[in-house]
Design a protein. Structure first.
Lengths: 247, 247
DNA sequence: CGAACTGTTCGGCTTCGGTGAACGATTTAT
DNA sequence: ATAAATCGTTCACCGAAGCCGAACAGTTCG
């Protein structure tokens, strides 16, 4: 009936969330931040501690590494990740650039695998989420959705159009059309002004289940390399990954 | 007072845990497994769904990638990881072997960073946990604890001594003594029969905060390489990481 | 030395989470 | 085709338990 049928678990989640932000916190501090009583926070912290999620040292609390374990376990369960990661490695080695594997969750692109090249990372890590239309792999998975879905996305996304960010208006639909035609999407600095990239869909059983991409700084991503060489590599690697996924 | 002051959150955690195991599940299935009513499971799943942790498609539920994000965020907050990861990379490249960064949490070694070499991974991933005494990096951090702590560990650990696993008896204390003397610990197949390895402590402000190690198959880890070359590399890299951590 | 913190504990009131049954909607079996 | 057996979802009820606020003990700061 209500938004959170189990309110207590919602509170616990808020405690965890707060601990992610502040890293190290005391009971009073958390109670003030979450606007609940000290005793309540204390109870949730104790519960989290017994669960192995939270660790305490003389009155201060912080998150332990248990969530890292479950998070990585979730990723390891993904069939797409299990079979595609070797292709991510291949692509990273042949291009020498940062390579990413992305899936869509709701209206967000989730980076499942990130291989950063030597001097170029862009603060993206596995688990990072960005709106679909702000990154090449996201545009790929978005482009292959139904027209109604795309319209709904354009409507739902409060795309605050900065200079380079594609907004939810006409231009997005146009670009997605060409993305679908070519089977390729490009980064042109929408998310990070210096970042360029190419991405292609990974298709299993005829449906797009994710996208593979490379990305890097403008200086190395231009001309024939950006327009022909990298697209060819990304496209063929993504196709191979899809075929491997079908088997 | 009780074990889990917030019982509802405990139940939610059990639901998550169950979903990690079975990957894809229905309400009835989970209710039977957790021995709670269907309605209860339903409520917890809805709550988790609103929290973005769980995703549902026509009656079946699975974990989304939100936990991957928070898990990786927790790791990124660790000062040890932030400064040591480049040394992990260095060590992986110079040795060409699987390289790991480990911290202790309670009586377990937690793998914070894992760089697997081409053909050798041993199913260890970031977040993996093993008893301290079963792996070289774990032995390192254990060896630098106080004598009382080591005794308590030997007592608490129900070390089921297989052929090669060090048990909690005399031999463990002996080995830990030499580990502390040399500043080095070795894997000799305790955890996985084929696996050999070397590990050294990372020291910050005079205390051991973690361990750096390399590991690989018996065939490549033997003789002078295992006894001299790799120990030298691991030792100096770990020392550098510690110095970088002090600054 | 006391004032202002801290984290922890403890009753008590009220909420709310859990149960078990009933609901449609699918699916399986006959 | 029809019925039996699931499924996920909803609902009202009630006892348990989560939340609060105050009091507690221990530290730190002034």
């Amino acid at each position: 009936m209500s938004e959170y049928p189990v309110g207590a678990s919602h509170t616990t989640a808020r405690v965890v969330e707060a601990l992610v932000d502040v890293d190290d916190a005391g009971v009073t501090e958390l109670a003030r931040e979450l606007e609940v009583s000290k005793g309540t926070v204390h109870n949730h912290l104790r519960t989290l501690e017994r669960l192995g999620v939270v660790r305490s040292t003389d009155g201060r609390y912080r998150l332990g590494l248990a969530l890292l374990d479950t998070g990585m376990a979730v990723r390891d369960r993904l069939p797409l990740y299990r079979t595609a990661r070797e292709y991510v490695t291949d692509l990273a080695e042949t291009t020498g650039e940062s390579t990413v594997l992305v899936v869509a969750e709701d209206d967000e692109a989730v980076y499942v695998d990130v291989r950063r090249s030597d001097r170029n990372h862009y603060r993206l890590r596995p688990g990072s989420r960005v709106p679909l239309h702000t990154t090449a792999p996201g545009k790929v998975v978005l482009a292959y959705r139904s027209a109604e879905e795309i319209d709904r996305y354009a409507e739902a996304t409060d795309a605050t159009p900065t200079d380079r960010t594609l907004d939810a208006s006409r231009s997005l639909r146009d670009e997605l059309g060409s993305v679908e035609d070519r089977g390729l999407a490009f980064d042109r600095g929408e998310l990070i002004s210096d970042m360029r990239g190419v991405a292609a869909p990974i298709t299993a059983d005829g449906t797009v289940v994710g996208a593979l991409g490379v990305q890097g700084p403008h200086e190395r991503f231009s001309g024939k390399r950006l327009e022909e060489d990298l697209p060819g590599l990304v496209l063929s690697t993504a196709k191979q990954a899809g075929l491997a996924l079908d088997r």
